[in-house]
Write a protein that binds this ligand. Sequence first.
Ligand code: NZQ
Ligand code: ZN
Length: 386
Amino acid sequence: MNNFEYHNPTRILFGAGQIAGMAKHIPSNARVLMLYGGGSIKANGTYDEVKAALAGHAVLEFGGIEPNPHYETLMQAVALIKAEKIDYLLAVGGGSVIDGTKFVAAAAVFDGEPWDILSIGGKVVQGAMPFGAVLTLPATGSEMNSASVITRAATREKRAFASRFVYPQFSVLDPSKTFTLPLRQVGNGVVDAFVHVMEQYMTYPVNAPVQDRFAEGLLLTLIEQGPQVLSAPEDLEIRANIMWTATLALNGLIGVGVPQDWATHMIAHELTALFGLDHAQTLAIVLPGILSVKREAKRGKLLQYAERVWGLREGSEDARIDAAIERTRAFFEQMGVQTRLSGYGLDAASAIDATVQALEAAGMTKLGEHRDITPAVARAALALSV
Ligand code: NZQ
Ligand code: ZN
């Protein structure tokens, strides 16, 4: 295991009813801007609960943050913050609203061209406004991490940044707020969390048994609870287990001291930027192919995954690896997320060409834990999911 430093400053308020008590974590004299998405929080009562909880605060609102949040929209929020002298932000929604709020928090105090935060990266960020979050969609882990992914609609660029200044100060995780999710988003969330674990686990062994077993525990929990949430969507305990699993999948803990991959995410982000597919849909297309084409470099971990996660102990090494990849693909499809380009009505040849060109244009030519996932390797991986 490699050396590491780990510090996660986000306070978690977990469970049904926790919104009511969150106001004490916001300075009482703060002028708060509540940021949200397209209106789901109004339809399911979250908006009213948040407003009631913040009755003692001055609260302004900024709605309309879209899925795969747009830079253009978020810059309007930055202008509002400056005009209204806002000093605290509250994100209420899914990963897109929380990611958008992170960018706004950094951009509002940034001295320079705000797009640099995304084109150069989080190292240019020297500070950010404080903010909290109320999570309504378990998937991204954004509620307890320092990452944010923003799309510039005008140029179809989807770019990420990470900075220690953009951890939420607190996040409310109330699983009852997820009951209104369309099943498509429930399935998306399970697949996204699953792939987050895989990006930090499916590399090569470094004698980190705690990280490995923790990762395997999260995968097994998703494999167990994912189908249960589809068959019993009103069950609060299943919702709670999925919500906590998704948070732990990307709050940094399982990734400490181990190599990480993230090629699947980088390739998938280009697919979303080009074709508008949901984040998890693109992950489900890319991951099976990456596992297959990188089977030599990942062989040790693929065999461990096959045995410990899918119980595959019989047959040749390659037969076990193939079976584990097929089980993974079947699990995503069981969660309602198609794993092939054709499943989304895309012409495979032109979609693959466009994705490979976009990776090249963005300079993403050396991805993965060995920096050997070139555009040609990405092409070979995508060709397995046509
Ligand atoms: O906009 P509203 O009306 O709120 O509707 C949303 C949206 O249409 C809806 N929704 C959310 N909670 C709901 C609900 N509908 C009914 N009931 C509820 N309780 O769901 C739709 C999708 O929401 P979105 O926030 O876009 O989904 P998700 O949480 O999956 O976030 C995806 C974004 O996060 C980024 C992705 O790239 C994508 O832009 N990611 C962020 C990461 C991070 N910060 O660490 C890591 C991830 O890998 C990912 O890249
Ligand atoms: Zn993801």
